[in-house]
Design a protein around this ligand. Structure first.
Ligand code: ADP
Ligand code: PRP
Ligand code: MG
Length: 224
């Protein structure tokens, strides 16, 4: 299956989400000689052109990037490790960590909630999160019983209004937690964004994809 059915193997479709992933991927694209000619923040277009007539960028929700790439509707994409863990990664080749959109997955509670004691005493915890797979695995590994409450955003609100005892969310500066009187009680894992490639495209379009993957790899090495 090829992206935009019927197109030749020289055409490439890259799936990105608006905001930090789009912005942090631009320098990597530049390193591969690709300039996106439209800005998704000002344009309503979802298919963006580049200086290379054979490369186009599609703008999708961050959580949908793996789905487009898995089904071959995009040849490659950029997605956070958090999103990839929830998706499961089927049909995706994950060649490199791009070291962009770095943050950590953490457990947080309302200031004053004694998380350690609750865990030690074997209390059943109500945990609100968008990352149910990651949260389920984390608490299962600790032997903590949890009732998971699936949310789609604004997790920080849940403990404040009594929806949950704890949240599992990504944390970067900690500003959002502090602004909402929450404290981080456990770091689960570091998070960064990965390049993902459709497995069939990798075989059929290797000649076009390989130089881009290599340019991304060189440009995304952690600066020492
Ligand atoms: P969404 O609209 O799904 O929240 P974002 O653009 O905010 O999409 O997040 C995209 C990815 O960036 C996430 O999957 C995560 O890996 C990472 N991320 C999320 N929040 C932050 C943050 N505050 N700082 C750095 N990286 C983040
Ligand atoms: C993310 C995340 C946290 C916040 C953490 O939200 O869901 O709320 O960043 O970052 P901080 O520790 O630096 O405050 P985002 O900015 O992506 O907003 P969103 O609700 O639109 O996803
Ligand atoms: Mg976000």
């Amino acid at each position: 299956m090829s992206a935009f059915n019927g197109q030749s193997n020289s055409q490439l479709i890259l799936a990105l989400s608006k905001g930090r992933i789009f912005e942090d991927t631009l320098p990597l694209l530049e390193a591969a000689g690709i300039t996106v000619t439209e800005n998704p923040e000002t344009s309503r277009k979802l298919i963006l052109g580049t200086n290379d007539p054979n490369v186009r960028v599609i703008i999708v929700r961050a959580t949908d990037v793996p789905t487009y790439v898995q089904h071959g509707a995009a040849d490659f994409g950029v997605a956070g490790k958090d999103v990839l863990l929830e998706h499961g990664g089927e049909g995706l080749y994950q060649p490199i960590d791009l070291n962009i959109a770095t943050c950590r997955m953490s457990v947080a509670v309302k200031n004053g909630f004694d998380y350690e004691t609750a865990v030690r005493q074997g209390a059943r915890l109500r945990v609100a999160t968008k990352f149910v797979q990651t949260a389920r695995e984390h608490f299962a590994a600790k032997g903590v019983h949890v009732d998971l409450i699936k949310l789609y955003g604004s997790m920080e609100l849940a403990p404040l209004v009594g929806l949950s005892d704890a949240i599992v969310d990504v944390v970067s500066t900690g500003n959002t937690l502090r602004a909402n009187d929450l404290v981080e009680v456990e770091a689960i894992m570091p998070i960064s964004s990965r390049l993902i490639v459709n497995q069939a495209a990798l075989k059929l379009k290797r000649e076009r994809l390989q130089p881009i993957i290599e340019a991304f790899e060189r440009a995304s090495q952690p600066k020492s």
